[in-house]
Design a protein. Structure first.
Length: 506
């Protein structure tokens, strides 16, 4: 009898559990249907694959993919929703009205678990690019002094010294008339600059060959990072790191970390031996090693490495992309190239030769417009990722907290509602009279708001020196036998390289 009663009790308990689970499943399905309907009703494509969401619509060829994205921009000029998978909606922002909503807030943004930035953590760690909340705010406060004008001034000499080496390499091609691959030369030069300016590196990377393992590793890491974000099957770490690409990503992370750690350790030993006061200025790495917050706590060894990895990536790769694409556009437009050359000649003639100095940088008005237009047209950084930290209204739609957003800089900088002839290279669109009425958030190559690029003045100064030195010395032309195909990843590249010819002026 007792066993019978116990059996009834267990059946009752089991029935309650089953009913509870059914209720939870039904509730989850109901909530998911509501969630799915909300996001699917937002502007965007509704042709869905049960796993890939809308990603199956993206062509594999980069040029075709950019054309497809351009077609979406024309249909949805303010923003549109894509499904990275059926469970992962991403809001793509294409217009200043929607972009400014995310960038104007003073609250630091988290990455978001499973977001594209999350996949870069093993490489860059929680440096300024990827950190959120109090960690980001603390790092930003500690690192801001490294980019004060007094720190940046001495770097102009280093820019010019790096340009001298770069020019000596281009001279060899100018003598033979042979075309040369621009991106690899510029990447070595910008890596040379960032190592010497920010890390007081004494080696000569530009003399070590046409490329460098670190440059190759960064190129590969950024491509692997970008491609992982396009494949939902690879989101789980336990799957990704058992694939060929995942193992390669981990291997290259180990390599770039070893480079950073070697630089840090050598500087630490120098500081212990000589002290920081014997240098003319404290560079980026000095500040990392000696900075303390308001409580007297400095950065940990891992935090220092994260910032070095981040700055080496952002400081050389994105700048190399910008310079390479700007020179490519100038080679396509000899009239604009001559305008830059004339401006530089006028400045140097007025001071009886020599190189451009700190005081000359603000005189390069035309070159400044060329640089802005080059970054608008080619977008060295194609995307900026964010996650909503609160319910946010975008163009009349209340988007819930936690939603992943991508500020699509390619679309923003080519939005026909903002830019006439958006795919044409026209530096004079940045004349003051042509900018009247244009929203300040229409052009944000370094992002904007509190999380803008901390090193943007460093990058712009470097771009001015390197571009002006090259254009002053050579007449550049595109190689007519070479087809340039863009390649969108974490940084805008060319799948086929950028080949130019250079003719010495004198």
């Amino acid at each position: 009898m007792f066993s019978g009663e116990l059996s009834i009790i267990w059946k009752a308990v089991f029935s309650v559990i089953v009913i509870y689970l059914v209720f939870k499943v039904v509730d989850a399905v109901r909530r998911f249907r509501k969630y799915f309907k909300f996001f699917n009703d937002l502007p965007g494509e509704t042709d869905l694959h049960w796993i890939w969401g809308n990603l199956h619509k993206l062509p594999s060829n980069t040029e075709d993919r950019l054309k497809y994205v351009q077609s979406l921009l024309l249909k949805y000029p303010k923003f549109y929703r894509i499904w990275a998978s059926l469970l992962k909606p991403v809001i793509q922002l294409n217009h200043p009205d929607t972009v400014k909503v995310l960038l104007k807030t003073s609250e630091p943004k988290p990455r978001g678990i499973g977001g594209a930035y999350e996949f870069a953590i093993p490489w860059l760690g929680e440096g300024l690019l990827l950190a959120g909340g109090k960690r980001w705010a603390r790092s930003r406060r500690l690192l801001t002094p490294a980019f004060h004008f007094d720190i940046l001034k001495p770097y102009v000499k280093i820019y010019n010294e790096a340009a001298d080496i770069l020019i000596s390499k281009i001279d060899k091609y100018a003598e033979t008339g042979e075309s040369f691959e621009l991106f690899s030369l510029i990447s070595l030069c910008t890596l040379d600059v960032i190592l010497k300016c920010a890390m007081s590196y004494t080696g000569n990377i530009q003399r070590e060959g046409e490329t460098h393992p670190y440059v190759q590793a960064v190129n590969e890491l950024s491509e692997l990072w970008f491609n992982r974000g396009r494949n939902p099957f690879l989101y789980p770490d336990f799957i990704y790191y058992n694939t060929k690409n995942g193992k390669r990503f981990a291997e290259q992370c180990d390599y770039v970390h070893s480079v950073s750690e070697d630089i840090i350790e050598k500087r630490r030993q120098t500081l212990e031996r000589e002290g920081p006061t014997k240098k003319r200025y404290l560079d980026f790495l000095d500040i990392l090693l000696t900075a303390q917050d308001e409580t007297g706590v400095g950065l940990s060894q891992l935090e220092i490495r994260n910032e070095v990895d981040t700055f080496l990536f952002e400081g050389h790769d994105t700048t190399a992309s910008a310079i390479s694409w700007i020179l490519y556009s100038l080679a396509q437009h000899p009239e604009y190239q001559q305008n830059v050359r004339g401006e530089v000649d006028d400045i140097l003639n007025s001071k009886e030769g020599g190189n451009l100095e700190w005081g000359d940088l603000n005189k390069l008005d035309y070159l400044s417009r060329v640089i802005k237009e080059g970054m608008r047209l080619h977008c060295p950084v194609p995307f900026v990722q964010r996650q909503l930290t609160q319910d946010t209204e975008l163009d009349g739609h209340l988007i819930p907290e936690g939603t992943a957003c991508s500020i699509h800089l390619i679309n923003l900088h080519h939005n026909p509602l903002i830019w006439s002839d958006p795919w044409e290279f026209q530096p004079d669109r940045f004349l003051p009279q042509n900018m009247t009425g244009r929203d300040s958030y229409a052009f944000v190559p370094f992002s904007a708001g509190p999380r803008n690029c901390i090193g943007q003045h460093f990058a712009l100064n470097e771009e001015k020196i390197l571009i002006s030195r090259i254009i002053q010395r050579y007449e550049l032309k595109v190689d007519p036998d070479h087809v340039v195909r863009r390649k969108t990843a974490a940084v805008m590249r060319s799948e086929t390289g950028i080949k130019l010819t250079a003719t010495r002026r004198h």
